[in-house]
Design a protein around this ligand. Structure first.
Ligand code: ADP
Length: 510
């Protein structure tokens, strides 16, 4: 059996490159890889979205259930991630996951009406796999459940008789709660006594997120600042009371950057590669991006990007409001994003009024996101709240200077460029306080002022590029927590293990 390695079932609704709507996918892929490198036997589990099944490698059906929870045929597929060859399980249940549209919504942006059922089934399968009831010889020491989609797992495992895996629940964004009408409860096969305010009930509804927070052994979120902020009514989304009660079990662990995917020195999506010691390639990327987006070819004009989900969280409304004023400065502005459809339309209208100066790309385009980061000078990244944020970390890595609101993970990762930090060479970006157009534009002005001082700007870019936001340190923190919830679990670290070999399956081992 697995050489005494700690067996972790890592459960996530999104794993890059199989399925992604935001940072959760990047984190799931990179963290599981970093843990594997540390010697942990990580098995991933995700819903069998058709595109995910299609993209997975080495697939084999390991189990077929005729009518699990009334959801029709369900197959458990064993596979490998296509890029890193990590072992992954996909819950293939066509009635639940074979849909047109997105992962959670139809093509018109409406939530699927059966999301509670879809993810309840997913959680039941996860629990049974973790308990060793599905695949002979494999059970988990620890279950790491992520976000509301996996929030029922700690409840289900808390019901298990005898020895059960330890549970970690990570909150990547408290704003997404998985709230459903209470009359669906009977369909979800959950313990009757859990539907109370002391359980997973949230103001008369079923809350998958609250379930995870209430029943997991340990809780984490994705930055130390956000871990503090969610204890307050302003950022706790109504769960601050429960989170305060569990504060001694809550840790903020910062997300990292996957340098295999996000490194300007090797990024295959760019027209020029570059690194901190020689960033000349970035100019070629800027020229190529201006040409691709039909912006004026102007090497000197600061190119400001906004690349994000277009939502209230990301202050898309404030950016839209500020845009005419921003364009009074001598800047170019490029936007890549999708989200709120009325905001999308209004951004496009504004774009049409400034041909050559604004480019709007509505949609989700992964390679273009890389070219945006490489070709830009400044990333405008305001947030009303920000659990961690990866976009500003990618920007730093690509020598694109972030202008952020000082909140959550943004506050933890950006050193504001003021007189002192510019002089000492420790600055990595610009930060503002209030979620207002005035504060944001004032901060952008500070960045534009420094942009006109090429030597100081280069220094700032280099300092940002040299920041180490790799996953190793954070993965070690997760490992400590795993060991904490299962102190008796075997663990023999396999340090410096060759990554190409660490996906070795241990599915059938006894
Ligand atoms: P969040 O998870 O809140 O959306 P993060 O900054 O943590 O924010 O992660 C966002 C991720 O999604 C990044 O990898 C970013 O590049 C990507 N992303 C967001 N919008 C788009 C888009 N329209 N096209 C391509 N990638 C996008």
């Amino acid at each position: 059996m697995g050489g005494g390695r700690l067996r972790v079932l890592f459960v996530s609704s999104e794993i890059y490159p199989l399925a992604k709507t935001g940072g959760l996918a990047d984190v799931s892929a990179a963290l599981s890889m970093a843990l594997t490198v540390l010697g942990v036997d990580v098995q991933l589990l995700m819903p069998g979205y058709p595109k995910a099944i299609e993209a997975a490698a080495n697939k084999s059906v390991r189990l077929e259930l005729a009518d699990f929870m009334g959801a029709g045929t369900l197959r458990l597929i064993s596979a490998r991630t296509p890029d890193t060859a990590l072992p992954i399980w996909l819950v293939d249940c066509p009635a639940l996951f074979e849909r047109s549209g997105g992962l959670y919504q139809d093509q018109h942006g409406a939530e699927f009406p059966d999301n509670a059922k879809r993810f309840a089934v997913f959680n039941h399968i996860a629990a049974r796999l973790a308990l060793g009831e599905l695949i002979p010889g494999w059970r988990a020491d620890v279950v790491h459940a992520n976000d509301w989609h996996a929030g029922l797992l700690p409840v289900l495992l808390s019901q298990a008789h005898g020895k059960r895996p330890g549970t970690i629940f990570t909150m990547h964004n408290l704003a997404y709660q998985g709230l459903f009408p209470a009359d669906l409860y009977a369909q979800l096969f959950l313990p009757e006594e859990a539907l109370t305010p002391d359980g997973l009930e949230f103001f008369g509804k079923i809350s998958f997120l609250k379930a995870g927070i209430r029943y997991a052994d340990r809780l984490t979120t994705v930055s130390p600042s956000y871990a503090r902020e969610i204890l307050t009514p302003e950022y706790g989304c109504g769960l601050e009371g429960l989170l305060q009660a569990r504060r001694s079990d809550l840790t903020g662990i910062l997300n990292g950057v996957d340098h295999r995917i996000w490194d300007p020195a090797t990024d295959p999506h760019l027209s020029g590669n570059y690194a901190a010691r020689d960033i000349r390639g970035k100019q070629a990327c800027k020229a190529a991006l201006q040409s691709e987006l039909q912006l004026e070819s102007a090497p000197e004009a600061p190119l400001v990007i906004y690349a994000s989900r277009m939502t209230d969280q990301k202050m898309a409304d404030v950016v839209l409001e500020a845009l005419p004023s921003i364009l009074e400065r001598d800047v170019q502005f490029a936007l890549l994003g999708e989200g709120d459809s009325s905001l999308e339309d209004r951004f496009q209208d504004t774009g049409r009024r400034y041909p050559g100066r604004i480019a709007t790309r509505i949609g989700y385009e992964e390679p273009l996101a890389h070219r945006f980061q490489a070709g830009a000078d400044i990333l405008l990244h305001p947030s009303r709240f920000e659990p961690c944020g990866l976009t500003q970390l990618y920007a730093m890595r690509y020598g694109t200077v972030p202008v952020v609101r000082r909140i959550g993970g943004l506050a933890d990762t950006i050193v504001d460029a003021n007189d002192r930090t510019v002089r000492s060479g420790t600055a990595t970006g610009f930060a503002f306080e209030q979620a207002t157009a005035a504060d944001m534009t004032g901060c952008l002005d500070r960045s534009l002022k420094l942009y006109r001082q090429p030597l100081a700007w280069r220094r700032l870019q280099r300092q940002a590029m040299r920041q180490d936001f790799g996953w190793d340190r954070s993965a070690r923190q997760y490992l400590k927590l795993y060991q904490h919830v299962v102190p008796e679990a075997p663990f023999e670290p396999e340090a410096d293990e060759d990554c190409s070999d660490n996906g070795e399956a241990r599915l059938m081992a006894g």
